[in-house]
Write a new protein. Sequence first.
Lengths: 202, 197
Amino acid sequence: MNTAQFLTIFISAVFLYNVILSRFLGLCSFVAISRETKPAMAMSLAVMFVTIMSSIITWFIYRFLLIPFELTYLRTISFILVIATFVQFVEMVIRKISPPLYRFFGIYLPLITVNCAVLGVAVLNIDMFFTNSKAIPGSFYYSVFQGICVGLGYALAMLLMSGIRERLDLCDVPKAVKDFPLAFIIASVMSLSFLGFNGFRF
Amino acid sequence: MKKFLNEFLKGIIKENPTFVLVLGLCPTLAVSVSVINGIGMGIAATFVLLGSNIIISLMRNIIPARIRIPCFIVVIATFVTITELVMKAYSPALNRALGIYVPLIVVNCIVLGRAEAYAQKARVINSLFDGLGMGVGFTLALILISGIREFLGAGKILGYTLFKGFEPAFVLGMPSGALLVIGLLLGFFNILKNRRT
């Protein structure tokens, strides 16, 4: 475990291989919810929370359940079930404890179950921080940190996009590209500018 | 027979999952660098759609309504795991090229969307044709997008160079190219739709 590795994970998850703009994970929610800044931020916070928690949970499941019993081929099924259950559980807890918070991001939580970003991070963690079904040193910390960084990358893209789209409401755009098509074209230009980070060397 | 044909055809044009319903875009954009990848992803998704539609339609009277989503996800995840294992065994190169997007078919909105909107209410044979049609529509959309990207971004189709001296626009092979192509195609289909009405 060293600091350089953490820095690499941070730069690559937030800028280089941004979940949305480069890996295309969570694109549906990105296009659908980025019309205004406030709901976009609520969604980003919810996604960040769930990616961090699912990184932790899936790491423990893989390390202490699937590897010892040689069940690694059940990775996809077990991960998606655990994530779906966890999201449902969080929704119930929030509804009980804090109704204002539930109103704030209640409707976005169920959507996260089928958000590719959450399962994507879990699978990426396993691909990157396990070699030959063995955890590399510090793999737990790397996994959690990658969960945080992917959430940050998602929030960054959401914030930029919703800001641009709020301005776009005031513009006169061709009827054919209104809404979805234009959102993709803008995302394309954003992705192009993020490509500039590719020159980073350590 | 005509009814089944309609079920099959609606997924290809009228309710095309990519261009009309705008679902399941993550794999569409990520793997459409080359036509081969697009076809591989299309076939894998079609298999999962077909299998999950049939099984969910068979179990539609057994699954309790309140826990239907987890049940659907287990069925879908099973078929995805089968696909993953088969692909790893018989086509490791394709598996490497598609990477994490193979397990991510589980969260592809098209599959869960068809289960929720169609298969849980329809008869088995109808669901079969619906799944097949949606799968073929998805595959055709992938071929269209990846064809444009491979031709303009690398100057090739299916790995063969078409013109000598064609200077490819590399940006179309990059992630931003995928977003640009889908944005322009969606706009193009909107123009067609507006003209017809």
